[in-house]
Design a protein around this ligand. Sequence first.
Ligand code: MG
Length: 328
Amino acid sequence: MPTDAPSGTVTETSSGVRRAALVINPTKQSTDEVRQAVERVSAEDGWEAPLVIETTKDDPGSGQARQALDAGVDLVIAAGGDGTVRCVAEELVGTDTLMALVPLGTGNLLARNVDIAVDDPTAAVEAAFRGTERSIDVVHLTLDHAQETQVFLVMAGLGYDAAIMSDTREDLKDRVGWLAYVDAGIRNLPGEPAHASISIDGAEPFECRLRSVMGGNCGKIMGGLEIFPGAKIDDGLMDLMTIAPKGKLGWLAVLGKLFARGKGRDPSLQYYQCLTAEVSLREPLAVQLDGDPLGEAKHLLFEVKPKSLRLRMPLGYKDPAIVSDPLP
Ligand SMILES: [Mg+2]
């Protein structure tokens, strides 16, 4: 784990020249611009010609990231949507290899939290090579006691939140962001709150009825909304929020509290900060990770892995969501 990664740990390939890998989703727009920018900046900065690997429907980033690691590259640039970023991060977490992102999706959740340009792929490529570097936390999530764990970088949701993520119409998601989620939420309203048992940091579990549980690594989602107020991406803690609105009008209170950045005493929203959280449900609910629907689960184990991913960010980045100094 590169928790205390020493300075200057960018390793050089056998030829002594550094090399980047570009893991790119070819179905997105601007992919030619991204390839050309990565080739140009590699050449300008004296790096070897990049390794360019396209994602596929069957392998949206994991196999490509492993291929890049096997090739011994110094930097892996994930160019695509949140799914590509998550799959690449899943392979790079715990390694010394640097990750960077070029957002080409609609959500671009991590990029929005760390000030990476979401509408300027060339600027994002330049930041990938010439930006500053931090180690960020990653949250591992185990579903239904499975052997394999998933990771997320921004947030995971269970229940109402995941249902709207998978239900939200793509065209709306594109144009009006968060409002589309609210629209989908209103359409999803019927049904009973779920019975849940939640244990925070291994403590005695408490019982509650809720519509949604969200785990957060950083706070911002679309529309500039900060869903986990004050969450830091590198403080070694994850945030957990339970949403339990009372009745149909209760959603108004939840939304009001969200827009008020979590201030107030509405019991319909509860926040926790922790290292681990375990959620057990009587009935399975839909799960999403960084916006990717992952089916349903009855049991979720969240575990934060502090500073386990080295990430390139734009120079001059000063967002309060990051507490640490840049790595030298
Ligand atoms: Mg945190």
